[in-house]
Design a protein around this ligand. Sequence first.
Ligand SMILES: Cc1cc2nc3c(=O)[nH]c(=O)nc-3n(C[C@H](O)[C@H](O)[C@H](O)COP(=O)(O)O)c2cc1C
Length: 380
Amino acid sequence: MSEGLVASVHPKTAPNAEAPYREPSSARAELDRLWARGRAFLGTDLAIMGGAMTWVSERNLVAAISNAGGFGVIASGSMSPALLAEEIAATAALTSKPFGVNLITLHPQLMELIDVCTALRVSHVVLAGAIPSAAAIQRIRDGGARVVCFAPALVLARKLVRMGADAIVIEGSEAGGHIGPVSSAVLTQEVLPHVTEVPVFVAGGIGRGEAVLSALDLGASGVQLGTRFVCAHQSIAHPRFKRAFIRASSRDAMSSVQLDPRFPVIPVRALANSATARFREVQRELIDRVNRGELSLKEAQLEIEHFWAGALRRAVIDGDVENGSLMAGQSVGMVTREQSTAEILGELIDQALAPIAAREGRLRKSMQPAGSAEVRDPGG
Ligand SMILES: Cc1cc2nc3c(=O)[nH]c(=O)nc-3n(C[C@H](O)[C@H](O)[C@H](O)COP(=O)(O)O)c2cc1C
């Protein structure tokens, strides 16, 4: 049982031992019914995945999310197989609860990384980046782990299910980091009614429990959040990185800008800073040089791609919030202070339960026979 869950459901075992014991509320039972499939798939109390965030989602945050009842996911980024093995072992030493590993499909040693996950009995592997190969999916399944894939559109979700994905994450453009073009509000309507063979988790723009409930009401099996966990006490992100999140409002988390269709820019949502302004200038200069014949298209494209190399590490680890990349989703506006992961999860649960309890209250009221109030309370 998670710390967050203990606090919100079983006051008897919470720090305040004076509080009377309450049975889990019917609202809680309804929430558990709504996300039963997601909980069963992840093997957790809560069907809330802590989305992998490169440099942020390492052993401490991942174990903390899992220990609090959610599902932590290690971001392997560009780690070597040896480094990943070390991170998985270190995480397993901090939690006995399930957690997953996020692998980037474009990694040159993807197959070796999969073998590391198999050897260390990782239960769930999340494949991110480009569309995964059938061979990668099969190798993970042959090793005994479940495969989770990102689908930015219905047609891809269907294809990935046919290829053997055990679950799908649909991530809207409100999310932090690399994003697709479609919002969560539309993706949920486009995908959820049609992909029922496997559990589907919704990511992108979820900052409060009411939004968790809304995704479940629409048919999701669970959710994935990244931005809300960056400022967890257990996140190793640099204090300046966390401060930038706490100060930011939703509209500061902007998608990267592409100035010329000849030079594709992979859309990334991040807090605007000096680096994002300079990125626009660099693109403008490169376009001018190509137009003047001083640079080939290929050379210019390479410079554009190299611009952000190492930038996330610079911001998350070194705290260089002006020259690094401050990847953040629009839900950053709902990050108001540092909190423990258990507190963040507890808050999300309470916010999801409130509208369920309100619905139940309305239903009970509507089912009361007319005039029953007068019968019970004749004195008025
Ligand atoms: C700083 C940061 C780094 C991220 N790095 C990765 C990553 O390495 N792999 C990945 O699949 N997703 C990555 N993401 C996306 C998250 O896993 C998650 O899906 C996303 O944050 C959910 O949307 P939200 O930011 O609105 O909560 C990153 C997000 C952030 C904010």
